[in-house]
Design a protein around this ligand. Sequence first.
Ligand code: UT7
Length: 330
Amino acid sequence: MDLRGCRIAGVGSYVPEEVLTNADLEKIVDTSDEWIVSHTGIRERRVIPDDQNTSDLAAEASRRALDDAGVQADQVQLIIAATVTSDTVFPGTSAILEHKLGAKRAATFDLVTGCTGFVDGIVTGAQFIQTGAYDRVLVVAAEALTRITNWTDRSTCVLFGDGAGAAVLEPTDPGAGLLGYAMDTQGFAGEHLCIPSSGSAWPPDEKAIAEHATKLYMNGHEIFKMAVRGVPYIARKAMKNAGITEEDVDWVVMHQANQRILDAAADRLHIAPEKVISNLERYGNTSAASMGIALDELYRDGRLQNGQHVLMVGFGAGFCLAGAVIRWDK
Ligand code: UT7
């Protein structure tokens, strides 16, 4: 079967207005602006208001992406939502979003792959576009991480923020758009980044609440090591599958977890640091949403030009890795 190409026809992102600065966090836990900036690069993050949920962030980012693509909501055939902070475990965020957007013709499903979610969503959606099954797929990655943050744990509560990023996928010529990808999971490390009491293994109970086990737990040190090793590995596989080398890369849109991880990846991949997009100073780690937000900003401020190669690299809970190369074609 001859496969079609799959391009990103529109992008959009949204972050809530409320800003939580490092100075604000100094009043909550024993931390300092100096420690947070020097260990992570983060200066502030956004917080979802009480009267909104993840699907509201997803809806706003989606509307902006649909607008950018010139696509009406009722023309969307499939919605893929990537999130670890779904409004409810079920129905999934994608189904809630279908209703909020008025995407009446769309099928929906969620991906729960943590911080790799935006890349996973694009790669998954591309399968439907490339085979000819669908012509318009909406991928949205959205997180309300402040809802699952343990505000008594200084090693994690300074890291996370809320936001959403979206992309509309459409067919294009083979050889444009998504050129190649690679994915991998190292499931043995799942315990290092999880919500211990969030499902059938340990249904939330009083003990779980008392121990903050219904909130995000992370062994930052282990995840840091896995990310620094895993990012060059999956990036090189994605580039090989796409038929390009490091020299062909114009931009790296990587999961925004820690400036030190971004710097280490640039160094190990021999890619100039100025090509590696960083916005975590303003938003912190927004898990699945981070690459969607970064890609949207890169496009909207005019840096991303048609024909350029974007290398996307995600890493996170699972432990999951995902890389993709896109030749920008908008
Ligand atoms: O999005 C999914 C993927 N996530 C990631 O990629 C995160 C990966 N991990 C990281 O980015 C880093 O491991 C962290 C930023 C989470 C932590 O940085 P670190 O340099 O690995 O610090 P550490 O955990 O080794 O802690 C060093 C010290 C400890 O004190 P002692 O034991 O040396 O006295 C911590 O207690 O820093 C202390 N510490 C803090 N101090 C002030 C930890 N958190 C804080 C804090 N403020 N917020």
